[in-house]
Design a protein around this ligand. Structure first.
Ligand SMILES: [Zn+2]
Length: 108
């Protein structure tokens, strides 16, 4: 978690685990991050992605181009994670997951 915070350059005030219904994670204006309790059942790399996604929301409170620019920098293959999470049943990350093309191609 510490490592991820350093990568995104921001730290949440608090983190809470609850039942978020159809969302994996969410972020409040006051800097609190919420995660669905089912997240703990996911493979570590997916959990890492969700945490980074929400941390980026502390900078950008929407899914606009600025958000995806930061996300791409932190997680170049974020599309792959989002697709996988959609397939796993909980439909969206946050409110809705607009698909913006990543600025860089993923080669790894
Ligand atoms: Zn989001």
């Amino acid at each position: 978690m510490r490592q991820l915070q350093d990568r995104i350059g921001v730290a949440p005030d608090t983190i809470e685990i609850r039942d978020l219904g159809f969302r994996w994670g969410s972020c409040t204006e006051k800097g609190k991050l919420l995660f669905h309790w089912r997240m703990i059942l996911l493979p570590p790399e997916r959990i890492e992605y969700l945490i980074q996604h929400e941390l980026v929301h502390l900078h950008e409170h929407n899914h606009g181009p600025a958000f995806y620019e930061r996300l791409c920098r932190a997680v170049p293959d974020h599309e792959r994670h989002e697709q996988w999470l959609r397939v796993m049943g909980i439909a969206t990350v946050c409110r809705r997951s607009n698909s913006f093309a990543c600025l860089r191609e993923v080669t790894a």
